[in-house]
Design a protein around this ligand. Structure first.
Ligand SMILES: NC(=O)C1=CN([C@@H]2O[C@H](COP(=O)(O)OP(=O)(O)OC[C@H]3O[C@@H](n4cnc5c(N)ncnc54)[C@H](O)[C@@H]3O)[C@@H](O)[C@H]2O)C=CC1
Ligand SMILES: O=C(O)CCC(=O)C(=O)O
Length: 535
């Protein structure tokens, strides 16, 4: 990729090359980016396919950079993250236009996603500066105690190089400079990114922005590499490399599980933070359903069809008690879904899988198709579908609880609260669970909360799961198979914890202690001294 500047914007020409520690690397074998709205190749360039030697070179550079990058002054690390944000902003329309062409997502969505991506990087810069992430704890020595108590000091250190898999459905916010990369770099870990083959040009533009930020802020270039390719062997080789110490992934359950197996089979197993599949139950409690069923129906269809339903937070399951209010709601949903425009999906494969999922649901006995969106005008589009069944059927047939990635959802009618509770208790782990309720529903909601918090990483009141806020208290995680690790989040500042581990220093002379542990810990950052939190 080459670049120059005009009116403060960076103009980029794609080369299709890999980025290994600041060097562009070509290859004889190349693949083309595809436009999902036509299934045709986007004209030149072809994109280089990483070979085993490239994986080796990227991991070697990451390991070498780790020693330097992890020990940089926090201010320098924070400035690097901010420079990344500035460079991505300065790509302007070049970035969003390329992402539109490669994903079929609308421009407004990608402009918003770019804002979310740079906002996320700037938020992590603040987190780095603040220093509380180091988790400093100091237990002062007590030589007079029997037995004598040693001086113990704890801080968290970065794990080492992290492999990040870019997600197809968020080409910016969950891809090359997305939440996994931002939190790993904030923690002090170099990143070797595996670009998603569905948006290689977008990945190259973002990787170029990261490289320019590194050059401007003087961080070692080995702390970031971008590998591209179309085979699973590339991802397997990356996760198998002994220098990689953790993995960040957003994608299919099948892909996430495959990488978990690779990581577990290594001589040194490593953590995999995979965000995989969820159907995100939404419960419509009786008073809310009665008082505002029509508005709920419109909002539900809006959430299901947003971005062609290609969100892991898509509301794939709606639960309500039988009765007239549910019938009215179902009718309004049927009306609204019939008007939903067909949409281009991210890839040919995702479109086919979605179509097959809809066909399977349609073929189920005791499941009815409540309504479908406007028929596609060409074979590259898909239409939304909403199904309906009973709680008894849903509980009998586990395939109804599986994610069908795309604008598809099922409404399930429950006989009573007991049946609703049993159904929820049988669900797999979820990213979210939502309750729509009026004050009159609070009693019932209170009874459901224990099962919801057991199943999901985020419990929502009177809202829809799509659209995750990037903030300090966000949890975008949940029990398996929503993610591979229920103790973590892939969005929000707590995501940094995934790439840190605690080290305790016992009786080390002050001259040898890391700066944040010398004296009584860093000023300004919260720390635990002899059991008391101090700032
Ligand atoms: N729940 C969610 O958030 C998402 C779910 N999906 C699901 O995944 C399906 C395919 O979409 P993709 O985005 O391509 O996801 P994917 O899981 O197939 O691929 C994601 C990344 O992992 C790599 N990968 C996949 N399987 C692998 C394996 N066995 N070994 C090594 N590397 C592997 C791919 O090359 C790619 O870089 C969709 O149809 C949908 O069902 C996709 C995106 C998000
Ligand atoms: O709904 C969102 O904003 C995030 C969704 C997400 O994480 C995903 O689809 O992978």
């Amino acid at each position: 990729m080459t670049g120059n500047h005009s009116n403060g914007k960076t103009i980029m020409t794609l080369t299709g090359n890999l980025f290994i520690a600041g060097q562009r690397r070509s290859s004889d074998e190349r693949f083309q980016a595809l436009d999902p709205s036509t299934d045709k190749a986007i004209p030149e360039p072809g994109f280089a396919i990483a070979e085993p030697a490239d994986v080796d070179a990227a991991c070697e550079a990451a390991e070498a950079a780790y020693a330097i990058y992890s020990n940089l002054p926090l201010e320098k690390r924070a400035r690097f993250l901010e420079a990344m944000a500035d460079e991505i902003d300065s790509l302007g329309d070049t970035l969003t236009e390329r992402a539109c062409a490669e994903t079929g997502l609308p421009e407004a969505r990608l402009t918003g996603e770019r804002g979310r991506t740079v906002g996320q990087l700037r938020l992590f810069a603040q987190v780095v500066r603040d220093g509380a992430w180091q988790g400093v704890r100091i237990d002062n020595a007590d030589p007079d105690r029997t037995p004598p108590k040693p001086d113990l000091r704890l801080r968290k250190v970065p794990l080492g190089p992290v492999a990040v898999f870019g997600a197809s459905n968020f080409p910016l916010a969950f891809s090359i400079a997305g939440g996994d990369t931002a939190s790993a770099l904030a923690a002090g870990c170099p990143v070797v990114a595996k670009g998603h083959p569905a948006h290689p040009g977008t990945s190259e533009l973002v990787a170029g922005a990261i490289m320019r930020a590194a050059e401007k802020t003087g961080v070692p270039t080995g702390m970031f590499s971008l590998l591209n390719g179309t085979s699973h062997e590339l991802g397997t080789a990356l996760v198998s490399d002994p220098r990689i110490q953790a993995v960040g992934f957003t994608g299919s359950r099948k892909g996430g599980e495959a990488l978990m197996k690779v990581a577990a089979a290594r001589k040194q197993p490593i953590p995999v933070y995979a965000e995989m599949s969820a159907i995100n139950p939404v419960i419509l409690l009786p008073s809310a359903l009665e008082s505002r069923g029509d508005a709920l129906a419109q909002a539900y269809v809006g959430s299901v069809t947003m971005g062609a339903g290609q969100f892991c937070t898509n509301p794939g399951l709606v639960l309500a008690m039988q009765g007239e209010a549910l019938e009215n709601f179902a009718e309004a949903v049927g009306d609204a879904i019939h008007k939903a425009a067909p949409q281009v999906m991210l890839t040919h494969g995702i479109r086919q899988q979605f179509g097959a999922g809809k066909a399977e649901l349609s073929a189920e006995t005791n499941v009815t198709l409540l309504g479908e969106g406007v028929a596609p005008s060409n074979e590259c589009q898909s239409s939304a579908a909403i199904f309906r069944t009973s709680a008894a059927e849903f509980m009998k047939n586990p395939s109804l609880g599986e994610e069908n990635f795309g604008a598809s959802s099922i409404i399930v009618e429950c006989d009573d609260l007991d049946q609703l509770q049993s159904l929820l208790a049988g669900l797999e782990g979820q990213l979210t669970a939502a309750l729509h309720m009026d004050e009159a529903d609070y009693g019932m909601a209170g009874k459901l909360l224990p099962v919801l918090e057991k199943k999901a990483g985020r419990v929502i009141a009177n809202g829809w799961p799509t659209g995750v806020e990037v903030s300090h208290s966000m949890v975008h995680g949940g029990p398996y198979p929503a993610t591979s690790d229920p103790k973590s989040t892939s969005v929000g500042t707590l995501a940094i914890e995934r790439f840190l581990r605690p080290v305790c220093y016992q009786d080390l002379p002050p001259e040898l202690l890391p700066a944040c542990l010398a004296g009584q810990g860093p000023d300004g950052a919260i720390r635990l001294i002899d059991g008391v939190w101090k700032i």
